[in-house]
Design a protein around this ligand. Structure first.
Ligand code: ADP
Ligand code: MG
Length: 311
C-alpha cells in the first residue's frame, strides 16, 4: 500500500478567464478526475485536497448582497461552505469517473478544521486578498468599518485577511482510518477551516489557510509517500516569465531552498508549492511532484513536471 496526497489548484474547477458556474465546475472536476485515474488503483490510498479561492469570493458576494435579508456568516463559515460545495462536486466526479472504469472505491468528503496559532504573526499583517474588487471610495468605507483592505495588482481594492501557518488537523485520525479502509478521502479544501484553541475549547477565526501548506502537513503526518501538487503550469521554472525561463525537472530539497532564497518563486502562487514540497520531503523515500493535470502520468514517470526528492 502506498499513500498519496493530491492537491488540486483552483483551475480544476474553471478555466482562467471564464465565469464560474455550477455546471462548469462539475464538468471541470470530471475532467480533472479523468486525468487522476492512474491514482485510482487498489494499491494506492488516496487523499485529495483542493483550492477554493474563487468559490469563497462568490460566497462572500452572496453574503454581502443579502445583508439585512439573510443572516451574515463569517469567513471561516464561508470556507466550510466551500468545502461542502466542492466536496460534493468532487464526490460526483469521483463516482462517475470510477463508474466508467468499473471501479467502486468508497468516497468521503470531510469538513476539515485546521488549528492555527492565535499569536501567529500573520494576524498582525494580513496579506491574502479575498472576495470581490472595490473602488477606492468603497475601500475607505470598509477601512472605517475595521476591515483590512489593500490594492491588488493594479486591479482595484480587495479585503485582505491573515494567512496563518496550519499547525494541526484534528480530523487527521479519522482521515487515517478512512484511508486504511480504502476510502478515497477529500479533505482540507481551501486549506481547511481555520480555528484556534482556547483552553480546551476551539473557535473559528477570520483567516484563510494556504491549501498547499495544509496538504504538506497532512501528507507528512499521514506518512504519505507522494505529494502531488496540481496547478495550471506544467512545472516550476527558473527565471519564470523572463527570456531565460527554464523548467526545473528534478531538484533536491536543499537546492530548492537555495532557489527560494534567490527569489525564483512568486509568493502566494509557486512559493507555497515549493515550500510545501520541501516541508514534506524531509526524508529519503518521499517525493513531491508539481505539475498540471494533463502531464500527471508523465510526471509520475519522471518525464514531466517538477519532482522534489533526495538526490
Ligand atoms: P493554484 O490555484 O494551483 O494554487 P496559483 O496561481 O496559486 O495556482 O499558482 C500557480 C501559478 O504560479 C502559475 O500560474 C504561475 O503563474 C505562478 N508562478 C510563479 N512563479 C512561478 C515559477 N517560478 N514557475 C512556475 N509558475 C510560477
Ligand atoms: Mg495557489
Amino acid at each position: 500500500m502506498s499513500r498519496v496526497v493530491a492537491v488540486l489548484g483552483g483551475n480544476a474547477f474553471v478555466t482562467s478567464g471564464q465565469h464560474l458556474t455550477m455546471d462548469g465546475q462539475i464538468q471541470f472536476a470530471h475532467q480533472a478526475m479523468l486525468q487522476l485515474q492512474c491514482l485510482f488503483t487498489d494499491d494506492i490510498e488516496l487523499l485529495i485536497s483542493h483550492g477554493n479561492g474563487p468559490q469563497v469570493g462568490h460566497i462572500l458576494t452572496r453574503v454581502e448582497l443579502a445583508l439585512g435579508k439573510a443572516y451574515s456568516i463569517p469567513l471561516e463559515v464561508c470556507v466550510a461552505e466551500s468545502e461542502g460545495e466542492l466536496g460534493y462536486v468532487l464526490e460526483l466526479a469521483l463516482h462517475n469517473v470510477q463508474a466508467r472504469l468499473g471501479k467502486h472505491r468508497p468516497i468521503a468528503a470531510l469538513l476539515t478544521r485546521v488549528i492555527v496559532d492565535e499569536n501567529d504573526a500573520a494576524f498582525q499583517n494580513p496579506t491574502k486578498p479575498v472576495g470581490v474588487f472595490y473602488s477606492s471610495i468603497q475601500a475607505e468605507e470598509l477601512r472605517k468599518q475595521g476591515f483590512a483592505v489593500c490594492e491588488d495588482s493594479g486591479r482595484g481594492f480587495r479585503r485582505v485577511v491573515a494567512s496563518p501557518i496550519p499547525r494541526e488537523v484534528p480530523e487527521l485520525g479519522v482521515i487515517d482510518q478512512l484511508l486504511s479502509m480504502g476510502t478515497i478521502v477529500i479533505a482540507a479544501g481551501g486549506g481547511g477551516i481555520p480555528v484556534v484553541r482556547d483552553g480546551n475549547q476551539i473557535r473559528g477565526v477570520e483567516a484563510v489557510i494556504d491549501k498547499d501548506r495544509t496538504a504538506a502537513l497532512m501528507a507528512d503526518q499521514l506518512d504519505a509517500r507522494l505529494l502531488i501538487i496540481l496547478t495550471d503550469v506544467p512545472c516550476a521554472y527558473l527565471n519564470y516569465r523572463s527570456a531565460r525561463q527554464t523548467p526545473i525537472p528534478r531538484i533536491s530539497p536543499s537546492d530548492a531552498n537555495q532557489l527560494i532564497a534567490s527569489g525564483h518563486f512568486a509568493p502566494g502562487s509557486m512559493l507555497p508549492k515549493i515550500e510545501a514540497a520541501v516541508q514534506f520531503v524531509n526524508r529519503p523515500g518521499r517525493k513531491a511532484i508539481i505539475c498540471d493535470s494533463s502531464s500527471l502520468s508523465k510526471s509520475l514517470l519522471g518525464e514531466a513536471g517538477t519532482t522534489v526528492e533526495y538526490p
